[in-house]
Design a binder for this molecule. Structure first.
Ligand code: ATP
Length: 266
């Protein structure tokens, strides 16, 4: 589906990403995690063809990503970016309809409008559809953006969904709802690559994790293999304990606060 091979990215003399490789197959859910500034958003931007690579290559459906015209790319992958500052007076429904722009020329078809309503329902914001976007709360705006992303990819076979911190501003219920939807999409053959800060959510929902540190790949693989106490301490500088509660489907990562405060800061 998408394969990054030894990808590097520099701005002027600064290396933001170095030698990152990742192969994502249809139906896989990858969480990209790491400390602030590790390079997660930059990597998502490279995968979405927003920036040209400084070295390496990215193949998307077996073809160099950089050879795709923008419209063709928009018909195969959808991106939820970290910052979606929109001050124009669009309604929530109009924003979600933007996800259908790659599929019609001037007037949306009945099918486009049906998909928009479906995605508004799916993200639980149908009741907000006529509200002006700038008047929505941060979490509500983020759910509109998620609906727009879903609307864009809805009927694409083996589509790719790139989510940069998709749950920013969302309450706990909607954070889980977002990841549940993402998982549901992977069950239908979509691939999801999401920047995830909450390691417990990565453990719970992702099938694979890429852990970045200082622009390099620190570890990648299954969540239990990557999210170990020693890897987390090395990548985030935070000591944690990992518990395996009886009957729980996944482990729980808990910051070891007593140990953290004992560590001298430099
Ligand atoms: N245009 C730029 N010019 C110079 N440095 C940049 C530029 N964009 C990003 N950086 C730097 O590259 C590094 C990686 O940034 P990036 O946004 O990818 O990090 P991140 O892992 O997504 O962080 P966060 O968790 O804080 O969102 C950071 O140190 C950032 O300051």
């Amino acid at each position: 589906m998408i394969e990054a091979k030894n990808v590097s990215f520099r701005i002027k003399n600064e290396v933001l990403l170095e030698n990152i490789s990742l192969t994502v197959k249809p139906g896989e859910f990858w969480a990209v995690t790491g400390a602030n500034g590790a390079g997660k958003s930059t990597f998502i931007r490279l995968l979405s063809a927003e920036h040209p690579l400084s070295a390496g290559s990215i193949l998307f459906h077996g073809r160099e990503l950089k050879t795709y015209p923008l419209r063709e790319l928009a018909g195969k992958r959808a991106v939820l970016s970290q910052q979606n500052t929109i001050t124009l007076q669009f309604t929530a429904r109009e924003i979600v309809l933007m996800g259908r722009y790659p599929f019609y020329d001037t007037i949306p078809a009945r099918r486009d409008l049906a998909i928009v309503d479906l995605c508004l329902h799916k993200t639980g914001i149908f009741n907000l559809k006529d509200r002006l976007y700038p008047t929505l709360s941060g979490g509500e705006q983020q759910r509109v953006q998620l609906a727009r992303t879903l609307a864009q990819i809805w009927e694409v076979e083996n589509g790719l969904i790139l989510l940069d911190e998709p749950t920013t501003g969302m309450d706990l219920l909607h954070q889980h709802e977002t990841f549940r939807i993402a998982r549901e999409m992977t069950d239908q053959g979509f691939s999801v690559i999401a920047v995830v800060h909450d390691l417990n959510q990565a453990l719970q929902y992702a099938g694979h994790v890429l852990l970045l540190q200082d622009g390099k790949s620190f570890a990648s693989g299954t969540p239990p293999a990557v999210l170990t106490e020693s890897n987390i301490k090395a990548a985030f500088g935070l000591p944690v304990r990992i518990f395996h509660p009886a009957h729980a489907s996944h482990a729980v990562i808990v910051p070891d606060v007593a140990m953290a405060t004992a560590i001298p800061q430099n």
